[in-house]
Design a protein around this ligand. Structure first.
Ligand code: AMP
Length: 434
């Protein structure tokens, strides 16, 4: 791995990296930064957690700073599938651009009229970088026709997810508004035909960079508990009853109803828990994420709304209440733990209705996941449609699925990440969304 100093980045950009204690490039950064600095279009296949945000933000900030970028004009548009990812990119931008006069604004909507006005003003005044969700940017385009004639960089982050959400045509129509000379960069965790088609329509002679096959980090200790659907809630209850100190946990379920139900159950058990799903409005979602980030909430029960792209570094355990339909989502879910090289654990509850899905997951990750025993005293229930699988009752009882493998280095990094950060005015922003 090379140092950031080996890249052709300006000293002011390197100063920000120093302050953030970024020393070595991750593989995606090493491969992506040079061609972007050279002005090439890039197609990057990389998952979240690989450092892809810095891989495109750093060279763009650098070029806007050292080049002749138009003041009071939109110079770069970054598209993100979700509000949460847009906010996160904006926060990363705040750190990377700390010592250079390159501004950014996140445009992601919500029902708040004041926010719309603020976004609209930033678009008119020309924030250097707009970080936007497609739907919201289109709303602004339709109502106010912002001036995109100075846009030099167009980035699609998590492009596959934007297509899954039905934004194919929207992205193409935004692309049509950009000048011909605009440099384009696309990141996707997967490369299905739709993405190839989109890349073919948008990118010119791109440099293709492939970093991650869709496999979980080796540092995640994965376990699977084979059980009946009717036993799942009791298993979760038992997990928290036996491990009272459990914290920094995310429990995923594909169903909103189940997220609500599990949250209620854990609240009754006096677990410090909150729920996260699309029925919450943006302010509630932001508040919940802030509390979770700041350790005011220990356990988050969530739908796949946060399975991708959300950067919280110190998750210790991810529980999958069910197997997601798309095996890639499993990789994204458990990828919330073991971020930036740390360790972490995952536990997936599999009933007969999840079996086929889990087989597909094991095929994708090319690994047989270790079995986690049913809690002591819980009997194996054979579900009607089940004809194979768990034969034995496990005797070990419930173990803490979190290994005690957290090193001092992990703890130091965790403390650093939870420390208040300076904003551009040099104030701390602890207590605010970071
Ligand atoms: P991303 O894949 O962009 O979401 O980044 C995942 C995490 O890795 C974030 O917390 C980044 O701040 C962190 N990160 C990215 N690049 C580096 C680096 N070169 N050195 C240290 N941490 C990094």
């Amino acid at each position: 791995m090379i140092d950031f100093y080996d890249l052709d980045l300006d000293d002011k950009v390197l100063d920000a990296l120093d302050a953030m204690r970024f020393e070595k490039c991750t593989p995606i950064q090493e491969k992506t930064i040079p061609p972007i600095l050279e002005g090439r279009d890039v197609m990057g296949i990389a998952q979240t957690g690989t450092g892809k945000t810095a891989a495109y933000l750093l060279p763009i900030i650098n070029q806007l700073y050292v080049g002749e970028h138009c003041r009071n004009a939109i110079n770069c548009i970054v598209m993100s599938p979700t509000r949460e990812l847009a906010q996160q990119i904006d926060q990363a931008m705040e750190g990377f651009s700390y010592f250079v006069p390159v501004s950014s604004v996140a445009v992601y909507g919500g029902n708040d009229g004041i926010r719309y006005e603020q976004e609209s003003r930033s678009l008119k005044l020309g924030a250097d970088m707009i970080i936007a969700t497609p739907g919201r940017l289109l709303a602004h385009i339709q109502l106010e026709k912002p001036d995109f004639s100075n846009v030099k960089f167009f980035v699609l982050d998590e492009a596959d997810r934007m297509l899954d959400m039905g934004f194919y045509d929207d992205i193409l129509s935004i692309n049509k508004l950009l000048p011909d000379c605009c440099q384009k960069i696309m990141f996707s965790a997967t490369m299905p035909d739709k993405i190839k088609r989109l890349a073919g329509g948008i990118l010119k002679n791109p440099v293709e960079i492939k970093i991650a096959v869709s496999k979980p980090a080796a540092s995640i200790k994965q376990r699977v508990c084979y059980c009946a659907e009717s036993q799942k809630q009791a298993i979760i209850k038992d997990l928290f009853a036996k491990n009272k100190e459990l914290s920094r946990v995310i429990i995923f379920s594909s169903s909103k109803k189940m997220v609500k139900q599990l949250t209620l159950g854990l609240l009754k058990q006096k677990v410090n828990v909150a729920e996260m799903h699309s029925d919450l409005d943006q302010a509630q979602r932001d508040d919940t994420m802030m509390k979770f980030r700041n350790n005011h909430i220990s356990v988050l029960v969530a739908t796949d709304i946060i399975s991708r792209g959300i950067d919280i570094d110190d998750i210790e355990l991810v529980v999958n209440y069910d197997a997601p339909a798309d095996p890639e989502d499993y990789v994204h879910r458990i990828g919330r733990t073991a971020r930036a090289g740390r360790g972490g654990e995952s536990l997936t509850l599999i009933s007969s209705r999840d079996r086929l899905r889990f087989q597909n997951i094991e095929k994708l990750i090319e690994k047989k996941v270790e079995t986690y025993p049913l809690p002591e005293g819980m009997k194996v229930i054979k579900e009607p449609t089940e004809n194979s699988g768990q034969k034995k009752k496990h005797k070990n009882g419930s173990k803490n699925v979190r290994g005690n493998n957290k090193s001092n280095e992990d703890r130091r990094k965790s403390a650093k990440n939870n420390a208040p950060k300076r904003n551009k005015q040099g104030k701390t922003n602890s207590g605010k969304q970071v």
